[in-house]
Design a protein around this ligand. Structure first.
Ligand code: C2E
Ligand code: MG
Ligand code: MG
Ligand code: MG
Length: 281
């Protein structure tokens, strides 16, 4: 990365040569501050459902940033900016710390939940990432196998050797690894089998219209069967209707997430929601 200071503007050129505006840069300064003062940044949690038993097995932590001027900033927007400015390292630490503390709290209340956290390609290039993660897990006395790290295909592909080494290390310690947004990247099936992953999350673009699009059904069926042959469990994200949910069940999909089941929500709301679904069954 190259930073160019001029009288009128500050611009940063990312690896790909994109120009970052002064406004975006100042937002990154504000994000740094938001991490220090509690309130603007929070985690929402979206339930993950076992499609065979319809029981909640865990949650995915999703970042929310309410900017004092710009309002809610979509996470995929500020996460990408954080990746290009190096802020992703403290941001991921922020998320992991809160998500693990929350998980510890829930587990101490007797809630048997797993926690999934999204991480970035950049995190896998940090030499200390694995050691820090294991220390954090140890500090909250959480069994590593109740944590799943979700990463996208590109995250692993851009610096394969280092990323693979870090991933293997993490996996050997018992932490689960999921491939997120599967199907929109470029991984081949043989490549997938080399990764130390436990879970495949089919991208929501294939799930939305599953009950109406024969092509999507073919893709999803093939992906589920292939993943099972590789010993992976399969998650469908973006389930927006009961029809799609039943279709996925029939196709043998293991887990599901989506607005039809529940939207991402604050921790307190999740506990109340869990109470309502657990008394229903
Ligand atoms: P993701 O990890 O693939 O998360 C799934 C996204 O789909 C979430 O968007 C979720 O709110 C949304 N979603 C879930 N069910 C449905 C549904 O039924 N319909 C539709 N239309 N959407 C659904 P969100 O929260 O805006 O997050 C977007 C992306 O931002 C995430 O995609 C992830 O890549 C990234 N992200 C979010 N939080 C974090 C974080 O803490 N760290 C990192 N590195 N990335 C994060
Ligand atoms: Mg995810
Ligand atoms: Mg996804
Ligand atoms: Mg995504």
């Amino acid at each position: 990365e190259m930073v160019v200071h001029s009288e009128h503007d500050v611009v940063i050129y990312s690896d790909s040569g994109n120009r970052y505006s002064a406004r975006r840069l100042s937002m990154m300064g504000e994000l740094r501050q938001a991490m220090q003062s509690d309130g603007e940044l929070t985690l929402f949690y979206q339930p993950k459902l076992d499609l065979h038993t319809r029981q909640v097995v865990g949650v995915e932590a999703l970042l929310r940033w309410t900017h004092p001027v710009h309002g809610n900033v979509p996470p995929d927007q500020f996460v990408v900016m954080a990746e290009h400015t190096g802020l992703i390292k403290p941001l991921t630490q922020w998320v992991l710390q809160r998500a693990l503390r929350q998980l510890q709290h829930w587990q101490s209340q007797g809630l048997a939940l797993g926690m999934a956290v999204n991480i970035s390609a950049r995190n896998l290039r940090e030499a200390q990432f694995c050691e820090q993660l294991l220390a954090q897990l140890h500090a909250v006395q959480i069994s590593p196998d109740t944590l799943t790290l979700e990463l996208t295909e590109t995250a692993v592909m851009c610096d394969q050797e280092v990323a693979l080494r870090v991933l293997r290390h993490i996996r050997e310690a018992g932490v689960q690894i999921a491939m997120d947004d599967f199907g929109v990247g470029h991984s081949s099936l043989s490549y997938l089998s080399q990764l130390p992953i436990c879970e495949l999350k089919i991208d929501k673009s294939f799930i939305f219209a599953l009950d109406r699009q024969p092509d999507d059904t073919a893709i999803v069926r093939t992906t589920i069967n292939m993943a099972h042959d590789l010993g992976l469990r399969v998650v469908a994200e973006g389930i927006e209707s009961e029809q799609v949910c039943e279709r996925l069940q029939a196709l043998g999909c293991d887990l599901g997430q989506g607005y039809h089941i529940a939207r991402p929500m604050p921790a307190e709301q999740l506990v109340a929601w869990l109470r309502t679904v657990r008394t229903e069954s």
